[in-house]
Design a protein around this ligand. Structure first.
Ligand code: MRU
Length: 327
C-alpha cells in the first residue's frame, strides 16, 4: 500500500482518473494483511486505509470518491468474514478500473464530434493514457478524431512547473501519429491570436455542481484567453470527476506543492539533479490547480454525452442517471 500511496503523492501515478483507480487497488493492498481479523477490526482498519488515500492528493475528487466507494461496498455488504470482504473490495476496484476504461472510450466518441478536419487544438497538462485507465480524456478525444481520419494540429502547453505537457502529452501524441507542437505556457494567448486554435480541450480534476472546473494550474488563464479570442473551451472528464456535493468551485481544495518544483527545473532523475533557476531562499507560491468558472466553458464532454450550460441542470441530470444505474 505504501508504494501506491507514495507513487500517487510523488506524481509517478497522476491524473484524476488514474489516481482514482490506483487508490482503489491501493485500498485492497492496504487491508489484505488483516484478512484473518474479525469483521469489525477489518472494517476499522479499512477506514484508516481509505482515510490515508482520501488525504493523499486533495484536489482530484476521483481519489476520495474511490476510497468512499470501497468503504461503502464493504460496509453495505453484510459479509460475515474479512476474507469475503477482501474479495468484494478487489471486485469493486476492478469495477472502478473497467468503468474508467469504458468512460474513456465513450468520451472520445462524443468529443470527437466537436473536432473538425483541419482544426488546431490547444491542450494543457497531460490527459492521455498515462493519466487515465484508457485512451484519455481530452487527449482521448484528439486521438479518436485523428483515428477517424481528421487532420488535426495540436499545440501542447509544456505545463510548468512539472512539464506534464512537454514530457507526456507530446510523447503520447507523437506515438499516436498526431501532429503536435510544444509551446511554452506563456505562448498560448499568442498562438490563439495568430488564429492557429479552433478549440481548447482540457481535462478536469474536480467539477462542481454548477460546472466550475478545477484542473492543472494555468487552465483558468487559458479559458480567459480563449474567451477573449472567441474560441470554444471544452472540458473532457468522466462523471467520476464530478463532485455534486460542491455547489461551486469555491469549495474545491487546491493542492499547494513544494517550492522546489518551481525553483528547480526537473532533471532526468529527482529534482535534486535538476537545474536551480531561482536564488536559494526565494519565496515561492506553488498552487498545483486552479478553478475555471463555468461561464467560460462551452461544454463538458462526459461518457454520458456532451453537457451544455446551464450546467446545474445538465450535471444534475447526468448524476441522477449515474446514481440510478448504480442502484
Ligand atoms: O498534478 P497532475 O499531473 O495529477 O494533474 C493532472 C491534471 O491536471 C489533468 O489535467 C487532470 O487530472 C485531467 S486528466 C485525465
Amino acid at each position: 500500500m505504501d508504494a501506491v500511496w507514495n507513487a500517487i503523492r510523488a506524481l509517478s501515478i497522476r491524473g484524476a482518473p488514474a489516481i482514482g483507480v490506483a487508490g482503489a487497488y491501493g485500498v485492497v493492498l492496504g487491508v489484505q494483511a488483516t484478512r484473518d481479523r474479525p469483521v469489525a477490526a477489518f472494517l476499522d482498519h479499512l477506514h484508516k486505509v481509505a482515510d490515508r488515500f482520501r488525504a493523499c492528493r486533495p484536489t482530484a475528487v476521483n481519489l476520495p470518491a474511490s476510497a468512499d466507494r470501497m468503504e461503502a461496498v464493504a460496509r453495505g455488504s453484510g459479509a460475515d468474514s474479512a476474507e469475503i470482504l477482501l474479495s468484494l473490495l478487489l471486485l469493486e476496484a476492478r469495477k472502478i478500473h473497467e468503468e474508467e476504461q469504458a468512460a474513456c472510450k465513450a468520451m472520445a466518441r462524443h468529443g470527437a464530434k466537436l473536432i473538425e478536419n483541419g482544426h488546431g487544438v490547444l491542450t494543457h497538462c497531460n490527459t492521455g493514457g498515462l493519466a487515465t485507465a484508457g485512451k484519455g480524456t481530452a487527449l482521448g478525444v484528439v486521438i479518436e478524431a485523428h483515428e477517424q481520419g481528421k487532420r488535426i494540429h495540436v499545440y501542447a502547453d509544456e505545463t510548468r512547473p512539472l512539464l506534464q505537457g512537454a514530457r507526456l502529452t507530446v510523447l503520447e501524441l507523437m506515438r499516436a501519429g498526431v501532429d503536435v507542437t510544444l509551446i511554452c505556457d506563456s505562448a498560448a494567448a499568442r498562438v490563439m491570436h495568430e488564429g492557429r486554435v479552433n478549440a481548447v480541450l482540457v481535462g478536469a480534476d474536480r467539477i462542481a455542481a454548477n460546472g466550475d472546473t478545477a484542473n492543472k494550474i494555468g487552465t483558468q488563464g487559458l479559458a480567459l484567453a480563449a474567451h477573449a479570442h472567441d474560441i470554444p473551451f471544452y472540458v473532457v472528464a468522466p462523471t467520476s470527476t464530478i463532485d455534486p456535493d460542491l455547489e461551486s468551485g469555491q469549495g474545491i481544495p487546491i493542492e499547494v506543492r513544494a517550492p522546489e518544483e518551481v525553483t528547480v527545473l526537473p532533471g532526468t532523475g529527482s529534482g535534486k539533479n535538476g537545474i536551480r533557476t531561482a536564488p536559494e531562499g526565494a519565496q515561492v507560491y506553488n498552487p498545483a490547480f486552479d478553478v475555471t468558472p463555468w461561464r467560460y466553458i462551452r461544454a463538458i464532454v462526459t461518457e454520458k454525452g456532451v453537457l451544455q450550460p446551464p450546467f446545474e441542470d445538465s450535471i444534475c441530470g447526468v448524476m441522477r442517471a449515474r446514481h440510478e444505474e448504480a442502484t
